[in-house]
Ligand binder design. Structure first.
Ligand code: GLA
Length: 360
């Protein structure tokens, strides 16, 4: 089906698959005037494909994903392309205290909670509606998480907008409200490989992160609470360098993360450019903009070759990277971190943009 109304001719919907619970899943394809396409499914709000041009103007898929719908439906072990909630990243020892009450949440990354729990937002059925009066093709995704779901307090009403603009940017806007004090940290877990060849490692991509500090972690990847200057360390991406340049350095933090799997403390505040990634061979460049205080740069260290990739071969070690914009991991337990609390009457509102271009 093609939406005929004004501004909706660039959204197509097709059947994607049926989950074990019997939910019929649709795929929505956004197309901009240049022919860039983004595919989103209403299971997990997952981006299953996103194309970007190379230096010859060729649009290719640059996000990792499965070849079979069931691999998303039955667990998605890497969180490929998914919306993450209620709390992106880790919460130490799967508990936190809010207004004097301790909440026990699921230890799905023993001893911690990771990405909202096993049945986090990446596994939920999201209602999707194309937005009629939007300037660029836009999908509105909504999900209401019941009070107590996955152990978190408050009924959380969540809206996410995916907009594909004519300057080849995917804008993601998140909103949430609650009826009880709670914590919230929503993010998007797309893995990128700008080569378009998902069996190649991403160590040749050149990365710049506008952050003078990062958050060192303990053995279970929980921040120690201290910020550390990146200067003079493998964590220094203040000037662009290949991801692989220092990734195998003899460094205690790189050993703990099996590579990069850390949160950078972003310079500045408000909506700003926070990172750029350039793939010299294809000429593709991606810029990330956000209003969030942190970004988790994850170099795909847990990818283990168990699944086929969309372009052939297997999803081997470090064949994708994520730049997950967010509040800091474990903020609910760390008073010195920017607060991730949301109270009734307040509105959680944040935006992240992934913008694609070509550098010649
Ligand atoms: C996040 C985490 C990683 C890993 C991936 C999913 O990025 O920081 O440690 O768990 O998700 O595989």
């Amino acid at each position: 089906m093609r939406f005929k109304k004004k501004n909706m001719e660039n959204i197509q919907v097709s059947n994607y698959g049926v989950t074990a619970k019997g939910d019929s899943i649709q795929k929505y394809t956004l197309t901009n005037k240049n022919g860039m396409k983004v595919d989103v499914i209403n299971f997990g709000g997952i981006i299953t494909s996103l194309t970007a041009p190379d230096k010859n103007g060729k649009y290719e898929d640059v996000v990792l994903g499965f070849t079979k719908p069931d691999d998303y439906f039955n667990g998605n072990p890497y969180y490929f392309g998914a919306l993450i909630g209620r709390y992106g990243n880790r919460i130490a020892n799967a508990k936190f205290t809010l207004e004097g009450k301790t909440y026990d949440i699921e230890k799905n990354d023993v001893p911690n909670t990771l990405h909202g729990g096993k049945e986090g937002f990446h596994t939920k059925f999201w209602n999707i509606e194309p937005v009629k009066d939007a300037k660029s093709p836009t999908l509105k995704l909504t999900y209401t998480s019941a009070d107590g779901e996955e152990g978190y307090p408050g009924k959380l009403t969540t809206t996410v907008l995916y907009t594909l603009t004519d300057d080849n940017a995917l804008e993601i806007s998140y909103e949430a409200t609650t009826d009880k004090a709670t914590v919230v940290n929503l993010t998007q877990h797309s893995y990128f490989n700008l080569s378009g060849n998902f069996s190649k490692t991403i160590t040749d991509h050149e990365l710049q992160i506008y952050a003078d500090k990062f958050l060192p972690v303990n053995e279970t990847l929980i921040p120690t609470g201290k910020e550390k200057a990146v200067q003079g360390s493998p964590f220094d991406f203040t000037t662009s360098k290949p991801i692989g340049k220092d990734i195998n350095a003899n460094d205690d933090q790189l050993k703990k993360g099996k590579g990069y799997d850390h949160n950078w403390v972003l310079n500045g505040s408000g909506m700003r450019s926070i990172a750029k990634v350039y793939h010299p061979e294809s000429g593709r460049e991606m810029e990330v903009l956000t209003d969030q205080p942190g970004v988790q740069f994850y170099s795909g260290n847990f990818l283990d070759g168990k699944f086929d990739t969309k372009s052939g071969g297997k999803n081997e070690f470090r064949t994708g990277f994520c730049l997950e914009t967010q509040h800091f991991p474990d903020a609910p337990n760390q008073a010195s971190f920017p607060s991730a609390e949301l109270k009734p009457g307040e509105k959680y509102q944040t935006k992240t943009i992934y913008k694609f271009s070509v550098k010649k």
